[in-house]
Write a protein that binds this ligand. Structure first.
Ligand SMILES: Cc1cc2nc3c(=O)[nH]c(=O)nc-3n(C[C@H](O)[C@H](O)[C@H](O)COP(=O)(O)OP(=O)(O)OC[C@H]3O[C@@H](n4cnc5c(N)ncnc54)[C@H](O)[C@@H]3O)c2cc1C
Length: 441
């Protein structure tokens, strides 16, 4: 297994539990990839604490991720703050779904959503009913903006746009409507709790990477951190063996700076760019597709804003780079007055430079209710320039199988062809699928 982000870890756990001897290499010193912890944050007056590389949210429909956490012994009630979907502004106005049957919850949430005129709510309801009647399908090539044409502008700006950017990290004018509908169908209509909002109360490390490491080590797996795989090379099995077992596959040599090891089956769970580099010699077409994937940045900014009072742990923002603010103390972290403001689809801001973005985020923080104006401080920003794929209708995603002419390798990651956008759930599903392919091959 090359790569120990959530895709690689999900695959490794699946394989180890099936009794396979697993070796994991990751070039980073910590597990978790783009959803890793261990980044120091020095907050004036609060000391140094460990933080995640970016604020993450999950929804109840992320069934494979939740199953993985349960399997690793994570107490989901303690680890995740859970409520019905909330897209409320800093004053508590907006859509707030109660629990229960998803369709009933949506109807009740819409009835109670005082911020929108009755006619707007009726038009949204009709549109939702139409999407459901059409099986949440739409023509290829449609963007979310095209899909939502005719909806009232408030519904678009206060529901569709934030949902789209939260789920796909791509603005609705360029986001793939089919992927959006898939997330909507799973979230709102797949089953009770699917649309629930789940926000980590602990570091991401304690949700999957840490428990997965314990699990793998107990199962006898080898986990090598700080080891970049430089090169992979197919090694043909001796012909006599191929005659005895015609299904025998090529083995792979895995080169790191420290050693060369041989594996029977290879799963590449790296970033798209690294998988493309490693496979270039063995599957140039696959590499070309992976190299062409466009990426979108996300910037997470930690802001100290003493006195700010939010109506929930996560609120929707407008009028700036950040779309959401999270109250870390409401999520159980010991850091009163500390908030994360998340700027998805942040390329236009980053093009102007991080200081400009931070200044605009500070203005947004100043508008939070209860804030003491002269005490708002930007503590730190982390800009992940290749946070997720840009999920557009033109996007070509490479398949999970590569280098077939050389015996074949499996690829896992949030960018591999599949129904989900770049998310934790997309990564975990790709990892589990790769493990099953390996076991069946
Ligand atoms: C700031 C930010 C916010 C996000 N917010 C959300 C959110 O709210 N909800 C959500 O669901 N998703 C969110 N995402 C997306 C989510 O984090 C990713 O989809 C997911 O972590 C991808 O996992 P992965 O295993 O596919 O890839 P990665 O996490 O990229 O893992 C790849 C691993 O491979 C290793 N590697 C690469 N090359 C080599 C090599 N040659 N040798 C050895 N190791 C190698 C890397 O070190 C890395 O550990 C966010 C992402 C970011 C960056």
């Amino acid at each position: 297994m090359v790569g120990a982000g959530w895709a690689g870890l999900a695959a490794a756990v699946e394989l180890a539990d099936a009794g396979c001897a697993v070796t994991v290499w990751d070039m980073a010193p910590t597990l978790g990839g783009r959803a890793r912890s261990g980044i120091p944050l020095e907050v004036p007056g609060l000391g140094v604490s460990d933080l995640d590389c970016g604020q993450h949210i999950l929804i109840g429909a992320y069934t494979d991720s939740l199953r993985l956490m349960k399997r690793l012994g994570v107490d989901l009630h303690a680890a995740l703050w859970r409520s019905g979907l909330q897209l409320i502004d800093p004053h508590g106005v907006g859509l707030k779904l109660p629990g229960g049957h998803p369709v009933m919850a949506f109807l009740r949430g819409l009835v109670a959503c005082g911020g929108w005129p009755l006619a707007d709510r009726a038009r949204l309801l009709l549109r939702m009913a139409r999407w459901q009647f059409q099986g949440f399908q739409c023509p290829a090539g449609w963007t979310v903006a095209r899909l939502c044409e005719g909806l009232p502008s408030r519904v678009s700006s206060e529901l569709i746009d934030p949902l789209c950017v939260a789920a796909l990290n791509t603005p609705s004018k360029t986001a793939d409507a089919r992927v959006f509908l898939r997330v909507l169908a799973d979230g709102l209509f797949a089953g009770p709790g699917g649309s629930d909002l789940l926000i980590p109360r602990c570091n991401l490390h304690d949700l999957v990477p840490g428990p997965a490491l314990n699990h793998l080590q107990q199962a006898g797996a080898q986990v090598h951190l700080g080891r970049r795989v430089m090169r992979i090379e197919p090694m043909k099995a001796p012909s006599v063996q191929a005659m005895v077992d015609p299904g025998e596959q090529t083995r792979w040599l895995v080169h790191t700076a420290h050693a060369v090891e041989t594996v029977d089956r290879l799963v590449l769970a790296t970033t798209a760019g690294e998988a493309a580099r490693l496979l270039q010699a063995w599957d140039p077409a696959w590499s070309q597709t992976a190299m062409a994937i466009p990426f979108e940045p996300i910037v997470t900014t930690w802001v100290q804003a003493p006195g700010a009072q939010l109506p929930g742990p996560m609120v929707r923002l407008s009028g700036g780079p950040a779309q959401f603010a999270f109250d870390l103390s409401a999520l159980g972290h010991a850091c009163s007055g500390l908030f994360t403001l998340v700027s998805s689809d942040a390329r236009p801001w980053l093009d102007q430079g991080l200081p400009i973005l931070e200044q605009a985020v500070r203005e947004q923080a100043l508008n939070l209710p209860g804030v003491q104006r002269d005490q708002v401080t930007i503590v730190r920003s982390i800009a992940e320039r290749r946070a997720t794929m840009a999920c557009t209708p033109q996007l070509q995603r490479p398949p999970a199988r590569a280098a077939a002419e050389h015996g074949g390798a499996w690829v896992a990651g949030d960018y591999v062809d599949g129904p989900y956008p770049s998310t934790l759930e997309g990564a975990v599903r790709a990892g589990v699928a790769a493990a099953h392919h390996v076991m069946n091959s």
